[in-house]
Design a protein around this ligand. Structure first.
Ligand code: COI
Length: 355
């Protein structure tokens, strides 16, 4: 699709929230990006429109069979006033990989990147400036064909919406309490755990709700076969530091290939730390805690950034980590990532795209 992006500006402007009032994903900007796909035309009519409802036939495939993928990335207003997108190409690549897994036609990578840049540019006044706030970008593709048969749809809608956000968890940077579940599973080998597809999130709600009722912020999923190896948190990848080894589960298709995970691993390798992408069982974590070598646990994610885990609970046993405080490596990673995102530190790997 080489069509130029049409721009239909909104004639009204919504009031903008104060940075201090920002939560996660409740407020949306003035514009959105939209493009359509039809089998015979490919992706067509890329455009920016006033933010507003989509009109869908009740028979629309996505409403029945969840043929949908999305991604999530952020734009930051730097200390120099410039706006930077963090690793947008990597997010486009991941969205297209998710799309292929769900039989959704991928977007042209240049157009997808342009869609993010253009819509953020039009709503650039919405990018908040306080450290810890950002403009969350949510590109999404849904099957739009009104048809009740189970097969890949013949038409799709791609849209990008924007939301000024603060911290994802109400705890902010305070350590979160996480329940390790072995009663429910998120993904199995050969399934769609590695794709950012809507159904994965719907399927996680029941266990998350149970955990919340017990006072936990989130659940940590174990692998779906043995219910033994750490998978991910659902909104974050997980990392544990046992002794001097930092361990995170490998990308074998059951967990999301997190962009913050990737950035964090790159930084730690650059710092000369001992980093392993390997299976780590919950028993190994429990034993390490018993021996006093479970030094730090944290999650990584675009929305959550780096989130310290202060407590893990498993089969009725509660493990407090680093006295419930943020650990030194967790803090160092947070500071390093945030410094690049807000233009306070050099960006030697070209992770940010200034617009
Ligand atoms: C993200 O970190 O961007 C996510 O998509 C996690 C969650 C908000 C769904």
């Amino acid at each position: 699709m080489t069509e130029p992006i049409r721009i239909n500006r909104s004639s009204t402007r919504k009031p903008k929230p104060k940075d201090a009032d920002l939560g996660f994903g409740q407020i949306f900007t003035d514009h959105m990006f939209v493009a359509d796909f039809q089998e015979e035309k490919g992706w067509y009519d890329p455009r920016i429109e006033p933010y507003g409802p989509l009109s869908l036939d009740p028979a629309t495939a996505v409403l029945h069979y969840a043929q949908a993928v999305f991604d999530g990335l952020k734009a930051f207003r730097g200390v120099d006033g410039k706006i930077r997108l963090f690793r947008p190409q990597k997010h486009v690549e991941r969205m297209n990989n998710s799309a292929r897994r769900l039989c959704i036609p991928p977007l042209d990578a240049d157009l997808a990147l342009q869609s993010l840049v253009k819509v953020v540019d039009i709503d650039r006044d919405w990018v908040p400036s306080t450290v810890g706030t950002s403009l969350y970008i949510r590109p999404t593709i849904i099957a739009s064909e009104p048809f009740l048969g189970v097969r890949p749809a013949k038409s799709y809608i791609y849209f990008v919406i924007l939301s000024p956000v603060g911290a994802y968890y109400p705890e902010g940077m305070a350590p979160v309490k996480i329940l390790v579940v072995d009663k429910y599973v998120r993904a199995v080998d050969g399934g769609v755990g590695g794709a950012k597809t809507s159904g994965n999130y719907a399927a996680s709600l029941f266990a998350s709700d149970e955990a919340k009722h017990e006072g936990f912020t989130q659940v940590l999923w174990l692998d779906g076969v043995h219910r033994k190896y750490l998978d991910e948190v659902g909104t974050m990848n997980i990392m544990v530091k046992i002794g001097d080894e930092i361990i995170t589960p490998p990308l074998t298709g059951t967990i999301l290939p997190g962009v913050t995970r990737d950035s964090t691993l790159a930084l730690m390798r650059k710092w000369g730390l001992k980093v392993s992408e390997r299976q780590v069982s919950i028993d190994e974590v429990v034993e390490a805690h018993g021996r006093g070598t479970l030094a730090e646990v944290w999650g990584t994610g675009t929305a959550a950034v780096i989130s310290p885990v202060g407590e893990l609970a498993y089969q009725g046993k509660r493990m407090v980590i680093n006295r419930g405080q943020i650990g030194p490596l967790t803090q160092r990673l947070y500071d390093a990532i945030v410094a690049i995102q807000y233009g306070k530190a050099p960006d030697p790997d070209g992770w940010t795209l200034t617009i």
